[in-house]
Design a protein around this ligand. Sequence first.
Ligand SMILES: [Zn+2]
Length: 331
Amino acid sequence: MEDHNEETEDKDEELLDPAKKKSFIEIVVPVLTLMTIVNCVVILVLVMNIGRKVNGLEQRMILLQDNAAASVAAVQDSELPETSEALEVSDIDGNIVDASEAADIVEAAALEDTHKWAGRDDSSAGIRRVYLTFDDGPSSNTERILDILDQYGVKATFFVVGKEGYADQYRRIVDDGHTLAMHSYSHKYSEIYASLDAYREDLAKLHDFLYELTGEDCNIVRFPGGSSNTISRVDMWELINDLNRQNMIYFDWNVSSGDATGSRISADQIAKNVLDSIGQFNNAVVLFHDAAGKDSTVDALPAIIEKILESDNTVLLPIVEDTVRVQHLHE
Ligand SMILES: [Zn+2]
């Protein structure tokens, strides 16, 4: 019996062994499989995250490029190159500027498009006065702007810069009865806002240049970037006080057409920006830009002028000395 028992136990052990092996395999295989699956999932998640991050970065790059491209002044509409040249910024003459001036141009353009005016002294005798103003000209668009104004018999204000080769345009602005006003000769932020003397010199140069060409003794001024600009290295009050001493009057704006930051804004959007905002003011000074590439500004003018002319108790006027002072900085 004992023998049999031993035999049985042996057999049992023999029988047990494969069972043990089986259970070992039964445990290890699923564990290994599970670990493999977990690893795969982890790797998949990592890959997806990296993909997403790369995608996000690409989109941010595209956004950055778009923003930079939109800030390029005086560049033809659809002809922006896809390369790093899209990041280059041109000045009002279409010349590519250095990084510091480029940053100033982009900053000023953003300010010009977004400034909100507090509305001091916005008095009116029941009549809304609208002043169309054009900065940075003359340009290849000046004649078209003048033709449209002429067509509607409307007078406007041109805050011009100093440019060779545009004598006819400066003269026509005056001959057509518009206000020839001063913006800056060079319009180079880093130069004009380096010191009071630099600003005075630039403005005197523009004044004399315009006097030579047209015989006009201009005394109405708009600071590049507005009096509220954040670019000037000189306290803007120093410049304002100096203008006051010279009996010059500066004007900012309270309605922006939104055409400063790029040439891609549509004519419809420009017209909407202007017409939606004019109603907030009794004296609405509207900021446009007369610059190469800003064709949608010109295209928007007929609709804007027609709508204003249709409005009751509303007049379109050029800025003159006794126009209500629309100024961003005031005491
Ligand atoms: Zn300007």
